[in-house]
Design a protein around this ligand. Structure first.
Ligand code: HEM
Length: 211
């Protein structure tokens, strides 16, 4: 692959996806004030009086890691992953699939399957505190980054950037909905497209956190 094409892949694969997951995580946290408070408490406790948050701090933020997994579960930025084409005939669950067939994996449907997840529609990061299921492609019930040889190579970079951004936001600021908008009025519908955005941008009133 030439350098220019590789660079384009990196930009295309790495920018929209990472900002999308941050937007969904903030949306869910605003809708779930107790979860937001738990996260803020953890981040503020770990960071203490330090001004900057770095990667080493993230390792101590186990609740933040669960928020990451739960955001990626409920809102995988690329819900149908990237199409694959079979290079040879194969059999899956008794079905014959011929070479050349295009296959789409519905990662969103799998991540919201009630046979695999308890209360799948609920944003509940605590579910990940009790399990080692993660998104690196070894647990097929959670594959927002795909799996196998063509799985996303940006997974560590993406989650680190996203977690640093989220930790800094909730550490430094408090958030509320504007003009007395009620929580249940928040529109959380999903747009359609290759990446799954919120239909309407999240609008919040931000105030600096003072200890
Ligand atoms: C939350 C952020 C991200 C998500 C959810 C995501 C998701 C994905 C998915 C689902 C695939 C297809 C995997 C498959 O078909 O099995 C993919 C491929 C890819 N991603 Fe990401 N990605 C993210 C961030 C990034 C970043 C930050 C980079 C680079 C800096 C990146 C670079 C790539 C590249 C180059 C591919 C193509 C890999 C190949 O075809 O071999 N991604 N990504």
């Amino acid at each position: 692959m030439c350098n220019e094409s590789l660079q384009k892949d990196m930009y295309a694969g790495g920018t929209d996806t990472t900002s999308t997951i941050l937007e969904w995580a903030m949306t869910e946290l605003i809708r779930n004030p107790t979860t937001m408070k738990t996260l803020q408490n953890e981040v503020r406790e770990v960071v203490g009086s330090k001004v900057e948050i770095d990667e080493r701090d993230l390792e101590k933020m186990l609740y933040l890691k669960s928020v990451t997994k739960e955001s990626l579960r409920l809102h995988p930025p690329i819900p149908l992953l990237v199409p694959r084409e079979l290079t040879q005939d194969t059999k899956v669950l008794g079905y014959d699939i011929t070479s050349g067939t295009r296959v789409l994996i519905n990662a969103l449907a799998i991540a919201r399957d009630s046979l695999l997840w308890e209360k799948p529609e609920q944003f509940y990061p605590e579910r990940f505190l009790e399990t080692n299921v993660d998104y690196r492609g070894l647990h097929f019930e959670l594959t927002p980054f795909g799996a196998g040889r063509r799985g996303c190579p940006g997974v560590t970079f993406a989650t680190t950037i996203y977690e640093l951004a989220l930790a800094k936001l909730v550490h430094n600021f408090d958030f509320e909905l504007p003009n007395r908008v009620k929580m249940e009025e928040l529109d959380v519908s999903e747009s359609s497209g290759l990446t799954l955005h919120t239909t309407f941008p999240l609008l919040v009133v931000v105030s600096p956190h003072t200890c």
